[in-house]
Design a protein around this ligand. Structure first.
Ligand code: PLP
Length: 366
């Protein structure tokens, strides 16, 4: 069986370094808010190019905390609207509704799967305060036009960078394109921890300090609470592992790009629609390689019979979820088509050449 993502194999590439570090942290007796976190935050902000990076418990918290901080700073208030792509992962939307902000869904582009920038402006009202862009599948969504729309309407640009660490637009890394960015280091992400982990990057000092306090019981000084905060920390063990894996994220992403190139060049079947390579390949880190086909479930079953494990990202669009009954009557035909037709192929730095051959052959014979 070709697994969708062999996490064990990926992490064992760094076995010696990680195991030595785990033992060191275990024996140190210091498990939270120590040097491992400090080092990782410094290395992450260096890598991204932002002034600040701060570790939090997971990717959803990273996004929740950014919007919560904007509310505490008086820049947004409950009832305000935030533009977000209709086909995103549910966490982007949860981060808004959790803060009493209203998600305003915008259709994606069928060929990039990312938010259609030309459809943003018609959704802006006097209540709109931000655009939450999501670099879905690992592909950057950004443009001068997007920047101009945000400037014209005085909107914050927040990046959901859970899927695109390492991607670059005009030599600027994702996570440093807008006002703030949330990262997830869920084990299956391109930079994955050994459990839950996340981070926020920003170059705004006030925002950074507010999020730091909010994630620490709303306290910026021990036993002094200025906000009704939460507890959202990145622990020393996860920070230490992430700091090791961050050194190799470049190689991991390059390996994914090579596989994506082969898939795009060698898969040829009129029934299958392949993703596009951006004109600058640095804009994509291929968190997932998503194909489209009319009889998606049939293709998935066929591939499973050939020993190839695939996943659907994602089967139900957010506006059709029971949790968002208030959006159930909305219609987003492009998003709905995407959710009906997409299938993600295995892709990672540990996929062997023979496995890539098998996947290509199976798809060409379908
Ligand atoms: C994974 C993911 C998240 C949430 O991250 P967690 O660490 O699982 O909380 C948010 N947004 C997107 C687009 C994701 O893919």
């Amino acid at each position: 069986m070709i697994s969708f993502l062999d996490l064990k194999k990926i992490n064992l590439k760094y076995q010696e370094e990680i195991e030595n570090k785990l033992l060191e942290v275990f024996r140190s007796g210091w498990y939270l808010l120590g040097n491992e976190l400090k080092n990782f935050e410094a290395d992450l902000s260096d890598y991204i190019g932002s002034k600040y990076a701060l570790g939090v418990a997971n990717g959803l918290d990273a996004l929740r905390l950014i919007f919560r901080a904007y509310i505490e700073l008086g820049i947004m208030k409950p009832g305000d609207e935030v533009i977000v792509p209709a086909n995103t992962y549910i966490a982007s939307i949860l981060a808004l509704s959790d803060n009493g902000l209203l998600p305003v869904l915008v259709e994606p582009e069928i060929n990039t799967y990312n938010i259609d920038i030309s459809k943003i402006e018609e959704k802006i009202t006097s209540k709109t305060k931000a655009i939450l862009i999501v670099h879905l599948q690992g592909r950057i969504i950004f443009s001068e036009k997007l920047k101009r729309i945000a400037e014209k309407h005085q909107l914050k640009i927040v990046e959901d960078n859970a899927q695109a660490i390492g991607a670059e637009w005009n030599n600027i890394k994702s996570g440093n394109l807008g006002d703030a960015a949330g990262f997830s280091f869920y084990p299956g992400k391109n930079l994955g921890a050994l459990g839950d982990a996340g981070a926020v990057t920003t170059s705004n000092k006030e925002l950074f300090e507010t999020i730091r306090a909010l994630g620490n019981y709303g306290s910026n000084q021990k036993y002094v609470n200025i906000y009704k905060g939460l507890n959202s920390r990145l622990d020393e063990i996860q920070a230490a592992v992430l700091d090791i894996k961050l050194k190799y994220i470049h190689e991991e992403n390059d390996a994914r790009r090579e596989i994506a190139k082969r898939f795009i060049k060698e898969i040829s079947n009129p029934k299958i629609i392949l993703p596009e390579n951006p004109s600058n390949e640095k804009e994509h880190v291929w968190h997932v390689f998503v194909i489209r086909t009319e009889n998606r479930d049939d293709l998935q079953t066929y591939l499973a019979e050939k020993g190839i494990h695939t996943i659907i990202h994602y089967p139900i669009p957010p506006h059709h979820q029971e949790a968002y009954k208030e959006m159930n009557m909305l219609s987003f035909p492009i998003s709905e088509k995407i959710h009906r037709e997409v299938l993600s192929l295995p892709i990672s730095s540990v996929l062997r050449d023979e496995e890539i051959d098998t996947i290509i052959k199976a798809l060409n014979e379908y």
